[in-house]
Ligand binder design. Sequence first.
Ligand code: NDP
Length: 299
Amino acid sequence: MSAVIMDGKALGIKIRQSVKERALALKEKGIVPCLGVILVGDDPASLSYVKSKEKALAEAGMESRDIRLPESTSEEELLSIIDELNKDDKVHGILVQAPVPKHINEEKINDAVSPKKDVDCFHPESVGNMILGRRTFLPCTPHGVLELLREYNIPISGAHAVVVGRSNIVGKPLVNLLIRRQYNATVTLCHTGTKDLSYHTLQADILIAAAGSPCFIKPDMIKKGAVVIDVGINRVTDISEPKGYRLCGDVDPAVSLKASYYTPVPGGVGPMTIAMLLNNVIEAANTDCVNAVCVKAAY
Ligand code: NDP
């Protein structure tokens, strides 16, 4: 039997609709939620991510302050623009699209964004608060994964979740959220130093792949009936496609014959990330509710 496909696009639309209604309510109070979006350089993938975020903001009745900077922008110049946005009351959230050019220290950039506007949850203060379960914005992709699990009533409490990938933006925060009492999972985190990856992935009730390696999770690496979440978004060359490439996840779609639930790529976790970002911008703009704890009750 084939797995249930977890439709992140549909849930994303539902969340974005709710965000739109909340944006309208804020507008009636004279607040127009606004995200400062900074892109340095002209990497095509980054440009396409930024454009889709700006489009989603506009569709949800929010504003974006679009700042495009040349590759040659110095670290000082970028820091000074972030400082201006930090001070601007009309800008509620700030996003600096990663990766920044190599001559710019990404840590310094993350540290420069005010935690009050850190809708990506990259600032060390935000990360610390998230780990401690204190008030903060929740990181968009991990939060999107958890919302998808919630939408499909996947039991997380007591489940063994195996996360493949330990990046600061996906794997590490995901592990920290999954072990909260609120979710109560038992978690194994795998990375390139993990010996016998399949040994671990085969034990997963919930397997979350965030490695950036195309289709490398194969059906023989998952337990029958597992819930498989594919965070990966990889471009693979495909000359039959007009653009010369196609997108695929970290999971071989053939797992759908063995899994109970699984997320497609595209249309799974990706749209959830954008929806949760919009949700964080609303949280940032809503002075009655300046913390992500409100997120749970929001839609
Ligand atoms: P990073 O490259 O920062 O991290 C990848 C992690 O996966 C590393 O910890 C690495 O281990 C681990 N890894 C890589 N290959 C293997 C392997 N074969 N076996 C075990 N572990 C492995 O990636 P990100 O977390 O930024 O992104 C991961 C994927 O998710 C990418 O495809 C990215 O495009 C996608 N993504 C999707 C988002 C969405 O909205 N759906 C949002 C963000 C990312 P080590 O630390 O040892 O090197």
